[in-house]
Write a protein that binds this ligand. Sequence first.
Ligand SMILES: [Zn+2]
Length: 403
Amino acid sequence: MTWLVAAALAASPLRAQDPPRSVALLHANVIDGVGEQPLRDVTIVLVGGRIAQVGAGATPPADATIIDLGGRWVLPGLIDAHTHISSLAAARRALESGVTTVRSASTPNFQDVGLRELVKAGKLAGPDVLAAGVFISPDLGESILADPRLAALAGGVNTPEELRLVVNVNADHGVDVIKTRGTERAGLPNTDPRKQSYTEAQLRAIVEEATKRGLPVLAHAHGDEGAYAAVKAGVRSIEHGTYLSDSTLRLMARTGAFLVPTYTTLIDLREPGGDYDDPVLHVRALHMIPTAQKMVRRARALGVKVITGVDTQYGTTSVSRVSHEIVSFTELGFTPLEAIKAATSLAAECLGLGSRTGRIATGYEADLVVIEGNPLEDIRQVQDVTVVVSNGRVALNRLPFGK
Ligand SMILES: [Zn+2]
């Protein structure tokens, strides 16, 4: 019996974590997430979950775990700015893909708040989570079960009072961000992603109430009218944005609203398997993909801050990964360094974590990934992550000589 229990514990991603030990990464080539030039053949010292030293002359403490990277490449841990992770196993899959920080774009039942607390308490290796709680939508669907106060909204979430109630229920559960929608979904066969869901006035009620609670708002929007209304109402970011016009993109560039195109998800709609496998969605993706490609190129040209998110639960069938989004960005006109920033320092700025993570620099959280080769020469290197360090703990190490 005992061995069964032991086996079950070993299989669980939830383990009591020792306090982070000191780690020294030797012979690293570093892309720090900000600078144009890589740092060549440096040592990175991690102490107490933070980056303590980076440089040729860095000296590890005597008790440090030494990992010789032998000229491999180090990037800041990747950021997924649009996830729906709601389980321990899914969090582990995200982490093993190199994602050390996520912004939830809603979970049905505040699982994202629970995950955040486990990571903060050192019981789960990561990724760090910004939680969104319940998606504010005209129809709450199953999420109406997340809190007894939501039962009052069985008839819909439309008036300013109803909208403010969901903001406050979320805030009372301790979320970090509020998620709402400007348009309907692309990922359901019977909804039209171009159709506006909330007016500017409704979105403004949400943003005003969220602001009172100190929370930024992210808005799902494919169609232009719904997205424009959301930007006018003051959201932090537009999620998806497939049909955004130049005038909406210009407004975003002016206000500083971020764009999270989740382009990888459109590819998933088109391909068999993955999170979506439906003939209607396949056909829809055939026209959405070229539209989204043009839109992302225009967003970059007009100076919109574009960042990575892949809109998956990291379930067992998911094939969407931030590394794919990075590669896709380079196919849509970004330089490799721009695409890396979109997944690191720039994404951290959108999440309000720009001074904590997304960079390899002294004082930042020890969130980083190791890849085999130079991603500035071959961006596909980011798809093969061999080491993941999250908050100073080595969460994954596929190097044969690592300790
Ligand atoms: Zn989503």
